[in-house]
Design a protein around this ligand. Structure first.
Ligand code: SAM
Ligand code: SF4
Length: 389
């Protein structure tokens, strides 16, 4: 793969704690009565220092504080993490520093301090603009709090986004249409709109296994998805990825790094990374999921990695295809050539590509390989077919 120092680096920092576990969520998030804030601050700093010795990059392009609920982090911890990043790596002048926030009043009250610490983009988990849906989703906030948090986000950060979940049981197409209109009228340059999925090992999947209906039918979910695509595009926030919408230039640079298969380091409990080591090998890493074990490992050995694997080129290409076809613009063929020193189209079955094109699932190939809207609705099947041995 291409020269390590000419590639940008995205840094993901995981905060694994929440006030309450939401019934649909399978992220690595935990509820704890108390947190030793000093120990956590020191451990995040230590793991960043360790990563800096394992890799060499010439510029950090983005930092993303994800969770869990990173808006519960003490702003001094966020500031300390950003300070050490600046000491360890050169940081791009236009670095994007995002923090995920829940819209409770306590967290909105921290926005000024988080902005002062260096955060320049906030992603708010509003989830719904309907109080009964928020209750169904087990959220701690109501719509009035969301609107206050949104106003605070506008005041304190140059960029903001918010998340909504749709296609939950009982929601009609007309209701989603109304919610979308409201959301678009309040949006900045970016929105994340997720269909409710029943993730294994969650309270919702256990309830579904007992026969409860928690999502809408597949047909209605597809109609909601198509409505979402049309409405957001008409309002100037077209999809740039399956669930993400932005005005031109307002895309999340950090998430684009994942989808464009750029290097990223994941710091914290359960965080994933894909980065090049000093020998130019692509490393997949994952941190211990248990917050306590991760903390203990960092204290004892300087990092909390549970597993690191060297990824061969073929595996890396499969991952890059899986990620890249999520983007509306698809995979840039010349970037692929630069990264892998191989032609993407030649490495795939031309017969299968032609079949998928005839079925209207992939678009005519020019500078990019991309799926059509019909292909996006069946993305997993398209990928399975393209990657079948
Ligand atoms: C890391 S999570 C949550 C961040 C923050 N703690 C919050 O709850 O707002 C990021 C986003 O993923 C989405 N999400 C999580 N689980 C989901 C599920 N099962 N179905 C659909 N969207 C989901 C939610 O919109 C959530 O805001
Ligand atoms: S959705 Fe957010 S607040 Fe809820 S458990 Fe998951 S990470 Fe925590």
């Amino acid at each position: 793969m291409s020269d390590i120092v000419s590639r940008p680096l995205a840094l993901y920092i995981h905060w694994p704690f929440c006030l309450k576990k939401c019934p649909y969520c399978d992220f690595n998030s935990h509820v704890r009565a108390s947190i030793d804030q000093e120990a956590w601050r020191a451990a995040l700093i230590q793991e960043l220092k360790t990563y800096a010795t394992l890799t060499g990059y010439n510029s950090v392009s983005s930092v993303f504080f994800g969770g869990g609920t990173p808006s519960l982090m003490p702003p001094e911890t966020v500031a300390a993490v950003l300070n050490i990043i600046r000491e360890l790596w050169p940081v791009a002048d236009n670095v994007e520093i995002t923090l995920e926030a829940n819209p409770t009043s306590v967290e909105a009250g921290r926005f000024a301090a988080l902005a002062k610490a260096g955060v320049n983009r906030v992603s708010l988990g509003i989830q719904s603009l309907d109080n009964s849906a928020l209750k169904f989703l087990g959220r701690e906030h109501d719509t009035a709090q969301s609107l206050i948090a949104l106003q605070a986000a506008r005041e304190h950060f140059p960029r903001y986004s918010f998340d909504l979940i749709y296609a939950y049981a009982g929601q009609s197409l007309a209701q989603w249409d109304e919610t979308l209109s409201q959301a678009l009228s309040m949006a900045g340059g970016h929105l994340s709109l997720y269909q409710l999925t029943l993730e294994p090992q969650t309270a919702f999947s256990a309830r579904a296994a007992r026969g409860e209906i928690l999502t809408v039918s597949d047909e209605l979910a597809a109609d909601m998805y198509l409505l979402t695509q049309n409405k957001t595009a008409q309002s100037g926030l077209p999809a740039y990825e399956i669930s993400n919408h932005a005005a031109s230039g307002q895309e999340s640079r950090h998430n684009l790094a994942y989808w464009q298969y750029e290097s990223f380091i994941g710091v914290g409990a359960g965080a994933h990374g894909r980065y090049l080591d000093h020998a130019g090998r692509c490393i997949a890493s994952i941190g211990h999921k248990s917050p306590e074990l991760w903390l203990q490992q960092v204290q004892q050995q300087g990092h909390g990695q549970a597993e690191t694997t060297i990824i061969d080129t073929r595996t890396a290409q499969r991952e890059a295809l899986l990620m890249g076809l999520r983007m509306t613009q698809g995979i840039n063929l010349s970037s692929w050539q630069n990264k892998f020193e191989q032609d993407l189209i030649c490495s795939l079955s031309n017969t299968r590509l032609e079949e998928l094109a005839q079925e209207g699932l992939i678009a005519a190939i020019d500078t990019h390989l991309r799926v059509t809207l019909a292909g996006a609705l069946k993305l997993n099947a398209v990928l399975d077919y393209l990657l079948k041995e």
